[in-house]
Design a protein around this ligand. Structure first.
Ligand code: F6R
Length: 234
């Protein structure tokens, strides 16, 4: 899964060195980032002309907070490759005016020419970015309330085991407008969400189900996450 994801990122970069990427954090993409760092070291794959946006950030966290997605991306990816810091953006979780920050972020994605490749993880409840069940397919970058289940899953990253209640996330429509989307899922606890995404009704109740309507989306699954995937008939 990770090798295929890294290969897709590399292919996009080789075809279009100034491509625009929209990227996830979390456990799932860790090995993909490591493999991209290896491609940079061994094959001189360059990220210098590309532009990177992150999908989300916790509201209220300063960029140097150890559980912030700023720190995650710096430690697991940006510091390991030649990404240009001027072309890297993560929503400012500590913005004084979060609403204005959301509008600024959305405009920055638009001004960059939109997203060439969006890489997504998936929540156990089918969320993408921090678009939790119920998120409108028309939504843009905005402040959202995290589902309690999401907060529980991510609690261990925070002192006192309490994750923030809100986050800034890129919206469903902005994700959907990406020219190519990769959704990565790893582990048995994603199998239900993957099956709902593939076979369930397309509805905001399972945000990832929206991807069924996208022309250029690929699901990359490990065996556990693909447990409930039916084999295509011969
Ligand atoms: C994180 C994000 C989330 C995660 C999802 C899966 O930036 O956008 O949608 O991709 O919660 O997280 P992991 O990979 O930790 O299971």
């Amino acid at each position: 899964m990770s090798a295929a994801a890294a290969a897709t990122v590399a292919r996009t970069l080789r075809r279009k060195p100034d491509a625009v990427f929209l990227l996830p954090t979390g456990t799932t993409p860790l090995v993909m980032y490591r493999q991209l760092a290896e491609l940079h070291a061994t094959e001189r794959l360059s990220f210098a002309d590309a532009t990177f946006f992150n999908l989300d950030e916790y509201l209220g966290l300063p960029p140097d907070h150890p559980a912030s997605y700023h720190v995650y991306m710096r430690d697991h990816f940006y510091s390991l490759v030649d990404a240009n810091p001027d072309r890297v953006q993560v929503p400012a979780g500590d913005a004084r005016n979060p609403q204005a920050e959301c509008e600024r972020y959305e405009a920055a994605i638009r001004d960059a020419g939109g997203v060439d490749l969006c890489v997504l993880g998936i929540g156990r409840n089918g969320h993408i970015g921090f678009n939790e069940p119920g998120a409108s397919f028309d939504s843009r970058t905005r402040v959202v309330r995290l589902a309690e289940t999401t907060r529980l899953v991510n609690a261990a990253d925070f002192e006192g085991d309490r994750a923030p209640e809100r986050a800034i996330t890129v919206g469903m429509k902005t994700i959907f407008e990406s020219r190519e989307i990769l959704l990565l899922a790893s582990g048995a606890n994603k199998a239900d969400a993957v099956a709902e995404t593939l076979y369930g009704t397309i509805s905001p109740g399972v945000p990832a189900s929206m991807l069924s309507r996208h022309r250029n989306t690929t699901l990359l699954l490990d065996f556990e996450a693909a447990e409930l995937v039916e084999e295509a008939p011969e």
